[in-house]
Design a protein. Structure first.
Length: 57
């Protein structure tokens, strides 16, 4: 991540859900709401990934 983008939140839409991963998830929890963070090991990625999700209406 570039230093100029540290304040940007990146959200991915899948169906009716919005997902934020790692740094974006941390920013959402810190600035918006105390979301429940899930940490999971994905196949093909060495380090575990932290993420949050919320339903988009």
């Amino acid at each position: 991540m570039q230093a100029g983008q540290l304040g940007n939140v990146h959200l991915w839409k899948e169906g009716s859900f919005l997902w934020a991963y790692d740094w974006s998830a941390w920013l959402c929890c810190r600035l918006l709401h105390d979301f429940k963070v899930t940490k999971r090991q994905f196949k093909g990625i060495e380090a575990p990934v932290a993420y949050i999700g919320c339903q988009w209406k």
